[in-house]
Design a protein around this ligand. Structure first.
Ligand SMILES: [Fe+2]
Ligand SMILES: [Fe+2]
Length: 475
């Protein structure tokens, strides 16, 4: 019987300092990608410091989007950094995803490797998908007990009794990111072999098998693991309880149970380059038959005193909106500078009077006003009414937005905020139905409603905690 502890990092989106200089092009790209691209080397270093200080953990795995745009300089620096881990005695296993290579024209991968100059971009040498296997051969394939060469997937023995299948992001770029038929046949064979040997199996791949919210599957099914239904059925059939994923940059742990009562967990991890980025620390205990998962972030970047969250938060969409709102009310020109990445300045200029007015009104709007609007005011007790009068709508809005990426949203059903928003959403549902507002109707998954969808964003409707769980590998 044995135990193994490993770290999992995903969506590192490493960007070499060689491929950018300060200016609008790199800053625009950073805002568009919603992650701290320029700080990725320091962020990765800070995470590595924590890993290197942990003697219990002997393995580190990376589940793709290791670099941001497939350029060779970033790949070389990223790989160089991996050797810090291997030099310290850690085993390192890597798989790749769509950001790690540039398409050859015969797929749907449109990433272009470039250097960001002060005024634009210029092309730089890049990685093709076919080159990834050899480039990262020392970080997985070399230690593997089985390799599926066509998809670059492989199996490693984490310790006696535990195997990890690293399923690479095969497929044709974006619309199918998963194994094809021969890859699935290989996977089935590997699961059978593990079963014959009495080993537990964990899976890791880039694209999620379960979406963070149902609306995600409804509007962006193609962003999930290609062939996720087949993979889920196989996992249930073979009692593979856990798949580790990334890609959405949303911290979440979801459970799926099939009609026969068999279940699996998708443990999807936030990008480390998010302001509140985290890695997973996973311990598998074969005697207890458990997979214990914790999450660890960084407090500060190397050489900095301000918290990394404070430094990086305003790159994320919620942070930008949080910053924009007061500017919209008081300093329209500064507001324009920030808002330009979402709506062109020229369009916003036309509303020079309306926008400051609307921002001031929104800042003052209390939750009690929305409660009256949504029809929930009468259902609130005196203490809840007092709280609703004191709380601003923007507090609730930013409370929700701040948890989009980080998970664990703070408004469960017994809170004033949940009662008020749910009633408002229910009223909106009735209006959408009555006036047949198709633009909204097509966003709502079959059998769901705005009210039900809102719950996914108000509190943790998943497994209760997006940061930690202990999963039984046996039942
Ligand atoms: Fe990513
Ligand atoms: Fe991705």
């Amino acid at each position: 019987m044995s135990k193994t502890t490993f770290y999992l990092l995903t969506d590192t989106h490493y960007v070499s300092p060689q491929i950018w200089v300060e200016g609008d092009p790199i800053n625009g790209r950073e805002r568009g990608d919603q992650i701290a691209l320029k700080a990725t080397p320091q962020i990765l270093d800070a995470f590595f410091e924590k890993i290197l200080a942990d003697d219990e953990a002997d393995t580190v795995i990376f589940t793709g989007d290791n670099v941001n745009s497939g350029d060779l300089a970033s790949h070389e620096e990223f790989r160089e950094r991996l050797t810090r881990l291997t030099d310290a005695g850690k085993k390192v296993f890597v798989i790749s995803a769509t950001h790690d290579y540039c398409g050859a024209g015969d797929d749907e991968n449109t990433f272009g490797a470039c250097r960001y100059t002060e005024t634009g971009t210029e092309p730089v040498p890049f990685m093709r998908k076919a080159g990834l296997f050899d480039f990262y051969r020392d970080f997985g394939p070399k230690q593997a007990i089985s390799v599926h060469r066509e998809s670059r997937s492989y199996v490693v023995q984490l310790c006696g009794g535990v195997r990890l299948v690293m399923i690479d992001d095969n497929g044709n770029g974006r619309s199918h990111c998963g194994l094809f038929a021969d890859g699935m046949a290989w996977l089935k064979d590997e699961l059978r072999k593990a079963k014959d040997d009495g080993d537990f199996v964990l899976l890791a791949t880039h694209h999620p098998v379960l979406p963070p919210w149902d609306v995600f599957r409804h509007v962006a099914d193609y962003e999930l693991y290609g062939g996720y239904r087949e993979l889920m059925a196989l996992m249930c059939e073979e009692n593979v309880r856990v798949v580790f994923t990334g890609h959405t940059h949303v911290q979440n742990i979801r459970k799926f149970t099939d009609d026969a009562g068999r279940s699996l967990y998708d443990v999807s991890t936030i990008a480390i380059a998010n302001a509140a980025g985290k890695m997973r620390r996973v311990t598998v205990d074969t005697e207890a038959a458990t997979c214990d998962i914790q999450s660890i972030g960084i407090e500060t970047l190397p050489g900095e005193t301000e918290s990394s969250f404070e430094q990086l938060y305003y790159l994320n969409f919620p942070g930008i909106v949080e910053k924009m709102l007061p500017l919209g009310a008081t300093d329209f020109d500064a507001f324009l500078l920030l808002a330009d990445w979402m709506v062109p300045k020229e369009k916003l200029q036309k509303h020079r009077r309306l926008i400051p007015f609307a921002c001031r009104k929104l800042q003052k709007l209390s939750v009690s006003t929305v409660a009256k609007l949504g029809g929930s005011w009468k259902t609130l007790c005196p203490a809840q009414r007092t709280a609703a009068k004191q709380e601003r709508v923007t507090d609730v809005l930013f409370g929700v937005l701040r948890h989009i990426y980080t998970g664990n949203a703070p408004f469960p059903p017994d809170t004033v905020e949940n009662v008020v928003v749910s009633a408002l959403a229910a009223r909106a549902d009735r209006l959408v139905r009555r006036f047949r507002i198709e633009a909204v109707q097509k966003l709502i998954p079959p059998g769901s409603s705005l009210c039900e969808m809102a719950q996914d964003f108000l509190y943790n409707t998943r497994t209760g905690d997006d940061d930690a769980i202990c999963i039984s590998l046996q039942d």
